[in-house]
Design a protein around this ligand. Structure first.
Ligand SMILES: [Fe+2]
Length: 194
């Protein structure tokens, strides 16, 4: 699938609209997780496209939190993004700030992992290692069930994402944890290089 822009152009666009390290780290994390899932699920040929959708999915959030996904529908096409890229970005807020429904498996993975990567990242910060590389699935499941922990990460959205994909919740938790374990060092290196 065509993105309509290179990774470099996408990064420049992201930086134009985002200054907060927290948002940049989230973008890089979801980019890496989406690439991992593309390879995991047999979409290796489209891995760059999946990754770019992850990188840009929150492009408008820092500057336009009240128009999240709506502004992206203007910003992305104006920057040359393909319809497929714009659709993927807009539908990740389905039911929350967008009525564009995830259709492609990639879009469902993006919807399902966006909040979950936030939950895993918050859980990692609580660990002595400050890392998810030594986090077990059982520990993540406990954090998922603890509604007071990282309450901003919607458990309903994560559950809905697993349902869209036709996966058990545990499968989604397990795979996303694997994805974050495998990519954490690369994301940290990219953040350190900013
Ligand atoms: Fe996000």
């Amino acid at each position: 699938m065509e993105a309509g822009m290179t990774r470099e152009q996408a990064w420049t666009l992201l930086r134009e609209y985002n200054q907060e390290p927290f948002h940049l780290q989230h973008a890089l994390t979801v980019e890496a997780v989406m690439r991992w899932f593309a390879n995991e699920l047999g979409y290796g040929a489209d891995a760059d496209f999946w990754a770019l959708c992850g990188l840009l999915h929150d492009v408008d959030f820092e500057r336009y939190p009240d128009q999240h996904c709506t502004k992206a529908a203007e910003i992305l096409p104006a920057a040359g993004a393909s319809d497929a890229l714009t659709h993927a970005v807009c539908c990740h807020g389905y039911g929350l700030c967008s009525n564009v429904e995830p259709e492609h498996e990639m879009e469902k993975v993006l919807f399902a992992t966006d909040e979950l990567t936030g939950l895993i990242g918050a859980a990692a910060k609580m660990r002595p290692s400050k890392s998810c590389t030594d986090m077990e699935l059982s520990s993540l499941k406990k954090k998922f069930k603890d509604k007071k922990f990282a309450a901003g990460c919607s458990r309903d959205v994560i559950r809905q994402g697993a349902e869209m994909l036709g996966w058990e919740l545990d499968t989604l938790l397990d795979k996303t944890l694997q994805a974050m374990r495998a990519t954490e060092a690369d994301v940290q290196a990219a953040m350190a290089a900013l």
